[in-house]
Every structure is written in structure tokens, then in C-alpha cells.
Design a protein around this ligand. Structure first.
Ligand SMILES: Nc1ncnc2c1ncn2[C@@H]1O[C@H](COP(=O)(O)OP(=O)(O)OP(=O)(O)O)[C@@H](O)[C@H]1O
Ligand SMILES: [Mg+2]
Length: 323
């Protein structure tokens, strides 16, 4: 029986099958694979593992149940697509490459290669980092889980590492997009840190987990303060994507997209673009939405002056915030 499934394992498999317990079934299969690997049958171990982890066989409807275990994981449903995202062409190319490699995961793995799956998004607030994570999920028909860093980090020594471990277990078990949002909290926020070394340990623990990960999931970390991040961190990601404030081309696109047919042609003018300059995507979208709202309520077309005023509103907002 050396190297083969034991009768006990077979019985457990049969039971799991008739109980309709896919998770249990998969666990036993992975145990068999582990056993095969242990006795030196690495090829069959890999083959068994690949069957069990084939994305085709992982159904989405188990997510909710498993999600309940982890209170720092929040499942999000946003239906933004790549065409809603206004970014420079280089960024679109990078995002498309992630999508393409994911779709070709099978052929890449057959050739001993891995798809880009560990992505760091860095840049100004309101430029589309969180949105990008949901676009990737949407385009790949995957669920998006957002990891609440503040809920992950607790003041109890050791507990954070356990939670992190659990998140990475889910990453392995359930194929999805996992967004570690406001990621710099791990690297920088010491307010919860009674022991200075604790945050460092959490960061190291994250990096170790990231490095060990060979799942079919996509891991996205987003930060608007890349300077706070350790340089060692950048190396661990397959791709680093930098988000910047929108230029005139992007401003034009945002206005076209968000104002649709409600606006007078005079709106699309240099004066408006220059007014929008210096605001991030989120602010421009907001000013457009405010204008559309106004036009619906007042039953008026959006004029240049209306949009200019709402753009100025967004600018004034920063004064109040002292930014
Ligand atoms: N590049 C973009 N293209 C189109 N819409 C955008 C873009 N960036 C932001 N938006 C709009 O602004 C909203 C907020 O953006 P998002 O949350 O993705 O920003 P962020 O970069 O994650 O900011 P933060 O660093 O503050 O978390 C989005 O839901 C979307 O409506
Ligand atoms: Mg964000």
C-alpha cells in the first residue's frame, strides 16, 4: 500500500461524497496528495493536488459560510468593469496582463510558470486603487474579499498572526480576489503597538505568508502612502502599479463618462479641464454626480458654470480638511 491511499482514506472519501461535503472531500484528497509527496511520489502528488484545486471545481457559493468565521474579511460586490476605470494606458496594460495571465493559469502552470497574482497598488487617495481590485474580481468573475487591516491588528500579541494565518488559509481554500486595503497600516501604524517589535513581526508574518502562497487567488494590497512601506516589501509582489492624479486626457474621459448626455457642449472646455486639474478621480466623479443630481432636480441642462462651481466645491473641501 506504500504510496497509495489507505483504506481509511478511501472510506472517508466515500463518506464525504455521500454526505455531499465537498470541503471534507477536498481535504481528504489533499491529505492523500500530501501523503504521496511524503513517500516521494511528487508527480502524482502534484497531479492530485491540481485536480482538487482546479478552479473549475471550486464553486462560489461556499464563500458566505466560510466567510462567517473571519470577521476581518468583508465580501464586497461592486460591478465596475475595466471600461469604467480611467487610468493611463500603461496601467491598463498592466491590469490587462494580470487578467490575461489569470485566464491562462492552467497553461502557465503546466509550463512551470505562475501568473502574476500578488499585486501592490500604490498612489494618491481617490485614484482608483480599491476600484481596481473590484474591477479585477469582476472581470475574472471572482468574489472580492476586503481584509480590514484594523480588525486584523489587535493589541493582543500573537492573535494578529493567527488571524493573518486564517486569512491566508482562506486565500488558499477559496479562489477569489483578496484586497488588503490601507495596507500601510501594517507597516506603519504603531498606535496599537505597545511593543515596538509587534508591528514588525506582523509585517514579517505577512511577507512570509505572501511568499509561501501558491494559491489560485489574487492578492492585492493597496496603499496611499508607499513611503511608509519597507523597500523589502516591493520585491515580494509580482507587480507594483502606481496610481497618479488624473491628467487632462483622463479628466476629459471622466467628464464624458459621468455627465453623459446631461451636459451642454460648452462644458467640455479647457477652462473646465484646468479647474479639475489637481483634483483626484474620486473628486471629479463626485463633482459630476453633483451636477447630474442638480440637473435632474432642477430640470436644467448642466452648464459650464454649474460644473465649475461643483469642482470648486471639491477644492474648497480640502481647505476645510486642512490638506
Ligand atoms: N481611476 C478611476 N476611474 C474612474 N473612477 C474612479 C477612479 N478612481 C476613483 N474613481 C471613483 O472614485 C471612487 C473612489 O475611488 P477608490 O476607492 O478606488 O480610490 P482609492 O485609490 O482606493 O482611494 P484611497 O487611497 O483613499 O483608498 C470610485 O468608486 C470611483 O467612483
Ligand atoms: Mg482605497
Amino acid at each position: 500500500m506504500r504510496g497509495m491511499a489507505t483504506v481509511e482514506q478511501l472510506k472517508a472519501l466515500i463518506r464525504a461524497h455521500f454526505e455531499n461535503n465537498n470541503e471534507k472531500f477536498r481535504t481528504i484528497v489533499l491529505q492523500i496528495a500530501a501523503h504521496e509527496a511524503k513517500v516521494g511520489h511528487t508527480a502524482s502528488a502534484r497531479e492530485i493536488k491540481e485536480i482538487a484545486q482546479n478552479p473549475k471545481y471550486l464553486s462560489k457559493n461556499k464563500i458566505v459560510r466560510l466567510n462567517n468565521k473571519l470577521d476581518m474579511l468583508e465580501q464586497k460586490c461592486i460591478d465596475a468593469t475595466l471600461s469604467d476605470l480611467v487610468v493611463p494606458e500603461e496601467l491598463e496594460i498592466k491590469i490587462n496582463r494580470i487578467l490575461k495571465e489569470y485566464k491562462k493559469i492552467g497553461i502557465l502552470r503546466k509550463n512551470g510558470l505562475k501568473n502574476r497574482s500578488k499585486i501592490l497598488l500604490a498612489g494618491n487617495p481617490g485614484t482608483g486603487k480599491t476600484m481596481t481590485a473590484s474591477v479585477i474580481a469582476n472581470e475574472l468573475n471572482l468574489s472580492l474579499f476586503v481584509i480590514q487591516i484594523d480588525r486584523l491588528i489587535t493589541k493582543y500579541m500573537g492573535e494578529t498572526s493567527v488571524k493573518l494565518r486564517q486569512v491566508f488559509e482562506q486565500i488558499h481554500e477559496i479562489r477569489a480576489v483578496y484586497l488588503f486595503d490601507e495596507f500601510d497600516a501594517i507597516g506603519s501604524d504603531r498606535s496599537l503597538d505597545n511593543d515596538v517589535g509587534e508591528m514588525r513581526r506582523i509585517l514579517n508574518s505577512f511577507l512570509q505568508n505572501l511568499e509561501d502562497d501558491d494559491s489560485y487567488s489574487i492578492i492585492v494590497a493597496a496603499t496611499n502612502n508607499p513611503n511608509l512601506l519597507d523597500k523589502a516589501l516591493f520585491r515580494r509582489f509580482d507587480d507594483v502599479i502606481e496610481y497618479t492624479m488624473p491628467d487632462i486626457t483622463q479628466i476629459k474621459k471622466l467628464l464624458k463618462m459621468k455627465l453623459k448626455d446631461n451636459a451642454a457642449t460648452e462644458v467640455f472646455s479647457e477652462e473646465v479641464y484646468l479647474k479639475a486639474k489637481g483634483l483626484n478621480h474620486a473628486d471629479i466623479v463626485r463633482a459630476c454626480e453633483d451636477s447630474v443630481k442638480f440637473s435632474i432636480l432642477e430640470e436644467e441642462e448642466i452648464t459650464k458654470d454649474i460644473l465649475l462651481a461643483y469642482l470648486q466645491d471639491r477644492k474648497d473641501f480640502y481647505k476645510y480638511k486642512g490638506a
